[in-house]
Ligand binder design. Structure first.
Ligand code: PHE
Length: 356
């Protein structure tokens, strides 16, 4: 098959077939048909060997020229289709950077957790340690070890949540103070610890009470600690939390496990006392009282130290405990404690940045 017209027809057919291929896939099929091993031109090429010797040269040149023309047509079409396909891909895969993205909201810390971190940081910076204890606590640790008498009213079921069966004397701790005794029994002196934790009381669930709330407890036992060190420590905490001009006062109180005992009040950092007796300048933060109740504190009762086997002639200490939910409340103007438990992110988001 070295007939010039026949070869011309093969070339023309191949060119037409390449030209009509509109995708690379179609072109690949046309390539198999027109330059593949079984294509007419390949067969013609193989047939050269069967020709009489004197015809081979001419036939070889003609077939070679035809193959060259077919290959050139193929390469040309390939190059053209590559450009077309690349353009189509660029359009199909283009990204519209102006479209709105669907933002997945990030989780965040609960404001109470954030405030815990912040308060604990103040103490860790002074070399204190963090201690923890169980929320399901022995009644003995929660009360007896802390010098509560057997008939103390806060032991009653109306105040304390007992775990079944009640004769096991297991309760949900009503304060973080049982960790004081647990610490004294397990750590070497001196002791400087803060205890962030959950606490439980048989309270109504309303705007100012939660049956589950949070306290930060502090305990320091060393040589020569007393009321002055307690006041200095709490002042430092108050200034760190509420600003360097924050004032505190200690108001006499009673706790079985501290003696003397006090409640610590913060001078109102919002109105600085200017709302007191001044209805025009009413203050929601301190309810126009000028002072905000923050927590309980005192010098550790020597009976508590003695119960832990500590020589009270050598060692003394101070302790404090404050409500953390309450602190978020007056520090950040949250007005309903139930918001703390509902888990609505709109609440937490408002307080983002409160806890740095
Ligand atoms: N545990 C006390 C309370 O819950 C607070 C307190 C802690 C008082 C430490 C004195 C010392 O009210």
């Amino acid at each position: 098959m070295s007939d010039k017209t026949e070869l011309g027809r093969l070339v023309a057919e191949a060119q037409a077939s390449f030209e009509t291929a509109s995708t690379m896939d179609e072109l690949r099929a046309a390539k198999v048909a027109h330059v593949g091993d079984n294509s007419p031109i390949a067969l013609a090429n193989r047939g050269i060997a069967d020709l009489p010797k004197e015809d081979r040269k001419e036939a070889g040149q003609a077939i070679g020229a035809a193959r060259g023309a077919i290959s050139a047509a193929l390469a040309q079409r390939e190059a053209a289709l590559e450009v077309v396909e690349m353009e189509a891909r660029l359009i199909a895969e283009s990204v519209d950077v102006t479209l709105p993205v669907s933002m997945r909201p990030q989780g965040g810390l609960h404001p109470v957790t954030g405030l815990f971190y912040e308060m604990c940081d103040v103490f860790v910076a002074m070399g204190w340690e963090i201690a923890e204890g169980p929320e399901a606590e022995a009644e003995w640790m929660n009360f007896d070890a802390l010098n509560f008498t057997p008939d103390h009213p806060s032991r009653f079921m109306s105040d304390t949540l007992f775990l079944d069966p009640p004769q096991n004397h297991k309760i949900l701790r009503t304060h973080t103070s049982p960790v004081q005794m647990r610490t004294l029994l397990t750590r070497d002196l001196p002791v400087y610890i803060v205890v962030p934790g959950k606490t439980y009381r048989a309270d109504e669930y309303d705007a100012t009470h939660l049956p589950v709330f949070h306290q930060l407890e502090g305990l320091a036992v060393d040589k020569g600690l007393g009321m002055a060190e307690l006041k200095g420590t709490l002042d430092h905490l108050a200034k760190s939390m509420f600003g360097s001009d924050t004032k505190t006062r200690l108001r006499p109180h009673y706790f079985p496990f501290t003696e003397p005992s006090a409640e610590i009040d913060l001078a109102c950092f919002k109105c600085h006392g200017e709302s007191v007796g001044n209805p025009d300048r009413a203050c929601r933060t301190c309810r126009s009282e000028g002072w905000i109740e923050w927590g309980g504190c005192g010098v550790v009762n020597p009976r508590v130290l003695a119960a832990a086997g500590i020589d009270t002639d050598v060692y003394s200490g101070f302790a404090f405990g404050m409500g953390v939910d309450r602190t978020v409340m007056f520090r950040n103007g949250a007005s309903d404690l139930r918001d703390f438990a509902e888990g609505d992110v709109r609440f937490s988001r408002q307080l983002v940045g409160v806890a740095r």
